[in-house]
Design a protein around this ligand. Structure first.
Ligand SMILES: [Zn+2]
Length: 248
C-alpha cells in the first residue's frame, strides 16, 4: 500500500470521528426546549383525559373539563390566610392536604412559619376572576398572571399558593427571596410539591415567576423534577417517552 493511500485512510478516518463527535454534541444540545418548540398558548387546546391523576398537565394548551371537581377535597389543617370553612380556597385533595401539613410542620421545626392562601378554585370562580382581570388590564396582561377558566391548576385541587408574614401574606416574587421562600424552594419536593413556574422557564410555562405557587405531583415525580431542574411539561413528556417503549 502506498504512503498516499495510508495517509488518505488516516485523514478520512479523522473526518469520520469529527463527524460523529459533532453529531453527538449537537444531539446533546438539542435536548432543551428551544423557542420554536414552545406551543402557541391557547391554540389547539386539548382537554385532558386524566383530571384525577396526580401528574395531570394543566396549562395554556391542556385544559380540565368545565365540570371537573375533585371528589376528595378536604379542609386544610395548616395556618390559613383567611380561615373560613366556606371558602373553597381552603380546600385541597386529601393526599395534597396531608402532604402540605407535613411540609408546614417540617418548615416550622426549622423556624419558618408558612401561611396557605389559595388552594382549590372551581371553574366558575376562575371564570369570574379572569374576567375581572381582563377588564382591569386587558387580555394580554391578564394572560401572564391569570389562567383562563379550565386552564387553572387550582381547579385540580392539587395546587396551593403559600406565603409568609415576612411578605405580609402577599403573593409576590419577594417571597422567593425570604428565608421561608428559599426553604420552600429547596424542600417542597420532599413532600411531593414543585414550584410550578420557575424564574428561568417563563417562556415555556407562559407564566411569570411564581415562587408561591406549589403543585402537588407526589414525592417521586417532585424529586425527579427538582433534581433535574425540570418543569412539569418536561416531566410529562419524558414519562410519555419512557412508557412509549413499553407500547412499541
Ligand atoms: Zn397559584
Amino acid at each position: 500500500m502506498s504512503r498516499i493511500k495510508i495517509l488518505m485512510m488516516v485523514v478520512s478516518g479523522l473526518f469520520m470521528m469529527i463527524g460523529i463527535i459533532t453529531m453527538v454534541s449537537a444531539g446533546a444540545e438539542a435536548a432543551p426546549l428551544n423557542e420554536d418548540s414552545v406551543p402557541a398558548f391557547y391554540q389547539d387546546i386539548i382537554q385532558v383525559e386524566n383530571p384525577d391523576s396526580l401528574s395531570v398537565l394543566v396549562n395554556k394548551n391542556y385544559s380540565l373539563p368545565e365540570d371537573y371537581e375533585p371528589d376528595d377535597l378536604v379542609f386544610l389543617e395548616v395556618p390559613l390566610y383567611n380561615n373560613d370553612k366556606n371558602n373553597e380556597a381552603n380546600y385541597l385533595r386529601k393526599e395534597a392536604a396531608d402532604a402540605l401539613k407535613e411540609l408546614f410542620t417540617a418548615a416550622k421545626k426549622e423556624g419558618y412559619e408558612l401561611i396557605a392562601r389559595s388552594g382549590y378554585r372551581s371553574y366558575a370562580t376562575q371564570a369570574s376572576l379572569y374576567e375581572r382581570y381582563v377588564e382591569q388590564d386587558g387580555v394580554e396582561a391578564a394572560d401572564t398572571y391569570s389562567a383562563r377558566p379550565g386552564h387553572s391548576e387550582h381547579q385540580t385541587g392539587l395546587t396551593i399558593d403559600v406565603t409568609s408574614d415576612t411578605v405580609h401574606g402577599g403573593l409576590t416574587e419577594l417571597f422567593g427571596e425570604t428565608e421561608e421562600g428559599k426553604w420552600v424552594a429547596e424542600n417542597a419536593y420532599r413532600f411531593g410539591f414543585i414550584v410550578r413556574y420557575p424564574q428561568d422557564r417563563t417562556a415555556e410555562t407562559g407564566y411569570q415567576y411564581e415562587p408561591w405557587h406549589l403543585r402537588y405531583v407526589g414525592v417521586q415525580a417532585a424529586t425527579e423534577i427538582y433534581q433535574d431542574q425540570l418543569i412539569l411539561e418536561d416531566y410529562v413528556l419524558s414519562v410519555m417517552n419512557r412508557t412509549s417503549f413499553l407500547w412499541d
